[in-house]
Each structure stands twice: as C-alpha cells, then as structure tokens.
Design a binder for this molecule. Sequence first.
Ligand SMILES: Nc1nc2c(ncn2[C@@H]2O[C@H](COP(=O)(O)OP(=O)(O)O)[C@@H](O)[C@H]2O)c(=O)[nH]1
Ligand SMILES: [Mg+2]
Length: 368
Amino acid sequence: MSETAPMESRQAKAPDPTSAACSRMTFPPENLVPDPDCFAILSTPRGPGAIAVIDLIGDVQAGLARLYPANPPSIGCLSHRRFGNFDDGVVAVLTDDRAQLCPHGGLAVIERLKAWLDEHKVGWLEDASNMDPTELFPEAGDRVEAYAMAALTRAASRLAVPLLLEQSTIWHTTPPSAEDLVRSQRLRRLLAPPRVVVVGAPNAGKSTLSNVILGRTMAITSPEPGTTRDYVAARVDLEGLVVDWFDTPGLRATDDPIEREAIQLARDLIASADVVVALAAPGTDWPDAGKPPDIRVMSKGDLGGAPASGPADCVVSASTGEGIPELVRRVREALVPEADLESSRPWIFNDRLYSEFIAEHPPTESAA
Ligand SMILES: Nc1nc2c(ncn2[C@@H]2O[C@H](COP(=O)(O)OP(=O)(O)O)[C@@H](O)[C@H]2O)c(=O)[nH]1
Ligand SMILES: [Mg+2]
C-alpha cells in the first residue's frame, strides 16, 4: 500500500460551531484520566479477528509524532507502518484530531499495542461508553447518526443494521415520544443478545433440541436423567436475531447437593430470562419453572401423543427436525415482534440521546 494514497472516505465535515453537537463536545471526556494529549480506543470487538481498528482521538498529530518521530504520517494519508517491533498494518490519518491504527486482530497483538502506545504516552480508553459519539464519529451528519454509528459498532444482531441506519431520518420527520419507549426497549434486544432459557424435566429432550438449534454439540445428551449437571450457554443467530441460548439441568426434586445447586442456578437463570421455553415430552407434565413459560413446546414429536397437563404452543422433534423453524419463529416473535421491525416510528436506541432530545424539544402543553 502506498505511503501517500489519499484518503477516499471518512473525511470529517467541518464542525459547525453553532450546532448543538459542537457545544456539547468535551475533551478529554469526563471521568477519564486527562494526562495524555492523545487517546486510543479499540473500536472492533475484543477477541480473535483478522484486523483490529483502534481509533486515535485528541491531539493525534502529537501522538503520531511520538510513535513515528522520523516520519510521522500526515493528514489525509493511508500508510503501511510498523507497530513497535511486533506487528505491521495500516495507519490512516483522517483529521488533526482523528486517526485509525489497523494492526492484525487478536488479543496478543492488542495487548502489545497497548503497551507500545503507553510507552509513547498515548492513553488507552478502556470504556468508550462515556464518550460523546460525535467525537468518535465526526463524519456523522448529526447527533442521531453519531449515536447510531456508535450503536452499530456494538450491535449483536444484523437486523439492527438497517434500523439504525434509518433512525436519523426518522427522528427528524417523526420526533420520538413516550409511546415509542416499550417497542424501543424490545428492539434493544438487537443490540445486546437476550437470554433464551430452555427448561423441562430431566430427559425432556432439552439438550438434544439445543444441540440441533445450535448446529453443534453444546451439551451431552443421554437417556440417563440428570446428564446436564450445570447450565450450558451458547450464542446463536436465529435468522438475524442473536441470542444467548441456555440449556439447563432438568428441574426435579433431588437429594444430590450438587444437582440441587445446579437446579437453583437454573432457577436464577429463569428469573433473568427474556424468554423461557418449556419442554415436555409426550405423556409428561410441564415443568414448574417458577413463572409461566413464554412458549410451551412438546418435544419428541416423532413419538406422537400429547403432553399430560395441557396443550403445547408447538411441537418439535429433534430427531426429524419437525417444528424447529416454527419454534425459532416463535422465539424471535416473543423477543422482537415482526411488527416492531417494520414500524416506521423512531427507535429510542440510546437513553442519553433521548434525554438530550427531550431537553431540546420539551413536549408542548397540547402534546403533554
Ligand atoms: N424419539 C426422540 N428422542 C429424543 C428426541 N430428543 C431427545 N431424545 C432422546 O431423549 C433422551 C434425553 O434427551 P436429552 O436431550 O439428554 O434430554 P434432557 O435431559 O432434557 O437434556 C435421549 O435419549 C435422547 O436421544 C426426539 O426428538 N425424538
Ligand atoms: Mg440435558
């Protein structure tokens, strides 16, 4: 890659000093150590990856001059650079207060990079959630877009992407109001994965069903009741909605102290669940989950019959795959209804943004 290739995108717009966004800008951000003049923020998720993106903010030119004293990269340039003696990658200087370092991804490289930045007095912001998104995304056209871009970097579900991209337009044409709060809260499940907890008696088929939904072996299944001794969790994409899926030990009375503790953990999990899926095999009872389940599923549908104590919402067979797409659809609908996704009303995806909006646009007497 050329040392002097011009930047093609992400050029910051000239700040409008009269805009609300400008008047609220603070640097360094509150609650953060103000010593260094330049800070780094990891903008890609912490974990293995091909490339990581680290944003530099503050007096970026001063920071880069310390990192590359012989030939500091200049504004508007993309260049291929060494990071200390441990990695190489791309440095993009967007403006005098904004640059990006793109080393190889992975925890070891990031840890080395952190130490290298520290040696050169570039601060590390562990948590960027206190920061004003207009500082992190100077290319955003307005505050709603800046907040939406910040949310996009963390959103778990791909269904969040089109919704976040249209919020700036929607907020301007249809101001958000209290009537949008409940739907907005459900839609936040697209940002942070909600919890789906599967409960049922031992041998109901919870682990077999969970394995089919996850497409891999997450829990040992066996005809021996009590095989799953602790709950097991995995993150799974249910056709665009990412959830944390929990398989639990069978709920039953037991004298085994370890199993009792595991069942108590499962009960705590049920209390914190966004959706509880109760499973009962043909001829068996629904489990006592401590609260009414959101979806009642008869398992082992290939065996025929019906649950002993009341009808099921749907029937699945982990053996034949029957009913699994319908169960996935029901879980999705219970968490984020299709109507929420299709709504053309604003999504209040961030509380701070909404508070600022209300402060600037107080409800009028007639609307109140
Ligand atoms: N016929 C049939 N058997 C199943 C089905 N799902 C699970 N089983 C069997 O039921 C037993 C208990 O299953 P498991 O998933 O370990 O139950 P758990 O205790 O609820 O986790 C195992 O022998 C499974 O092979 C199914 O859909 N059809
Ligand atoms: Mg099990």
